[in-house]
Ligand binder design. Structure first.
Ligand code: FES
Length: 103
C-alpha cells in the first residue's frame, strides 16, 4: 500500500497509508491531522499549500487556468507547490506543509 509522508517544521514526520479516493486534505482530516484549509477545500484560499518533496510523478498536474493553478500563481508558488485539497495519488508521496499550523 502506498504511503503519505508529511513533514511539518519542528515536528517528526508523520506517515499514513494513502487512500486514493480522497484528496490529501481529506485524508489528513480523516486521520485527525489538521492543516489550514480556510476555504474548505475549494482552491480559493491557498492555506493548504504544500511542497511536494517526492512522488510528484504520481500526481495529475494542475489544470492550466484551473482553480488550483490560478490560486498557486496568485500566491507566487514554486513549481513544486500544490494545494492539498486538490491533489490525490495512488503512489507514495512526501509533502511539507507550508501553510500555518492550526493546532
Ligand atoms: S483549502 Fe483552501 S485552497 Fe485548499
Amino acid at each position: 500500500m502506498a504511503s503519505l509522508r508529511l513533514r511539518r517544521p519542528g515536528e517528526a514526520a508523520l506517515v499514513l497509508a494513502l487512500r486514493p479516493a480522497f484528496s490529501i486534505l481529506n485524508q489528513l482530516s480523516m486521520a485527525g491531522v489538521a492543516i489550514p484549509h480556510d476555504c474548505g477545500g475549494k482552491a480559493q484560499c491557498g492555506t493548504c499549500r504544500v511542497k511536494v518533496i517526492s512522488g510528484a510523478e504520481g500526481l495529475l498536474p494542475a489544470t492550466p487556468q484551473g482553480a488550483e493553478a490560478v490560486r498557486l500563481a496568485a500566491l507566487g508558488a514554486g513549481p513544486e507547490e500544490r494545494l492539498a485539497c486538490q491533489i490525490r495519488t495512488i503512489r507514495d508521496l512526501e509533502l511539507e506543509v507550508l501553510g500555518r499550523k492550526t493546532q
